[in-house]
Design a binder for this molecule. Structure first.
Ligand SMILES: [Zn+2]
Ligand SMILES: [Zn+2]
Length: 335
């Protein structure tokens, strides 16, 4: 059997397995079974569990990068911990692919025999029968086309299939990375095709599931204290400790850029430039415990990262310090 042929059979099996595995995870792995907000909740929960400040900053500054790496890691872990499930998907696809090949060999032979055709016709028929299932390259069969006896060809392929079938037993999902279709990439495509616009103040991600939803505004139900993305009182090292959803109802002003000469009233934030114009920030008092806990837990790290201080106007309210990590995680249920 041509090794190129074996390679394209392997690839068909792996690709099908990658697709099935992605489907399996989307129906049974909790972070992937719901909508975008559901995935975000799980990511925020895992960030809290890991307490890794660098990961938090990646999430705050480059959320898509962090989300993609979360998905990749989850798939890797799933493959290594759900070995039985993964093996049975792989085995099922080996069996169905071998049945498909074997049926194609036999149908092609029948047809060519009944129409008294030649090996070219046999080859054409064989490829036609497989083209929807295998990313099948007819070149990999060209060495067979010198054979003018298709009965012999059929025998050779049958024999070859047996060998392929035996070797299939040694396929492993760990080799999946070598193939063109990967389960983590399928999931990234499906789970990350949505709007990634971030709130110009707190960096919260728009929850719209469409990549481009103009003319609808960007929107997120829960904002964060925008000091975490570096906002502070001009000319001081005092963090801003407010949530943007509260500030937009206040009489406070802000400078849209670090070098803006003119400040803008928060109530008119949409007039501050294109970045602000398309955000709908609903004024409310909702403050997720999660972000209060985060600021307290990483106070020192945030101060070092931004070169700012939680002091004076930026002092952390003492109520914020009363929340445990468990409460923080639990508060995500309100999202
Ligand atoms: Zn915000
Ligand atoms: Zn949006």
């Amino acid at each position: 059997m041509e090794s190129a042929f074996k390679a394209s059979v392997d690839e068909a099996v792996y690709n099908k397995t990658a697709i099935d595995l992605a489907g399996e995870m989307k129906s049974s792995f909790p972070p992937f079974t719901g909508n975008k907000v559901n995935l975000e909740k799980h990511i925020l929960q895992s960030l809290a569990e890991e307490e890794d400040f660098d990961k938090y900053m990646m999430y705050i500054q480059h959320p898509r990068k962090l989300v993609e790496s979360f998905i990749k890691k989850a798939v890797k872990e799933y493959i290594s911990t759900q070995q039985d499930k993964v093996d049975s998907i792989l085995k099922k696809n080996v069996t169905s692919t071998m049945q498909l090949l074997s049926r194609a060999v036999h149908s092609a032979t029948e047809k060519v025999r009944s129409q008294r055709g030649n090996t070219d016709m046999w080859m054409g028929e064989f490829s036609r029968l497989l083209k929807d299932h295998l990313k099948f390259n007819t070149n990999c069969l060209q060495n067979f086309s010198d054979i003018d006896n298709f009965d012999f060809l059929k025998e050779e392929l049958d024999k070859g299939l047996e060998t392929v079938s035996e070797k299939m037993g040694s396929l492993s999902v760990h080799r999946m990375e070598e193939f063109s279709v990967r389960p983590d990439e399928i999931l990234i495509d499906q789970l990350c095709s949505s709007c990634w616009a971030q709130c110009p103040f707190c960096n919260a991600i728009c929850t719209n599931t469409l990549e481009d939803h103009s003319p609808d505004d960007h929107c997120v139900p829960f904002h964060r204290p925008y000091g975490i993305s570096g906002w502070h009182y001009r000319g001081t090292v005092e963090f801003s400790i407010n949530f943007c959803s509260t500030s937009v109802a206040s009489d406070h002003h802000f400078y849209p850029h670090y070098n803006s000469e003119q400040s803008i009233p928060f109530k008119l934030y949409r007039t501050a430039g294109p970045k602000y114009a398309h955000w709908s920030i609903t004024p409310d008092e909702s403050k997720l415990i999660y972000w209060k806990w985060f600021v307290c837990r990483f106070q020192k790290e945030l101060e070092e990262h931004h070169g700012l201080k939680f002091q004076n106007r930026g002092e952390i309210p003492s109520e914020w310090k009363s929340h445990t990590k468990e409460e923080a995680i639990k508060s995500l249920e309100n999202m």
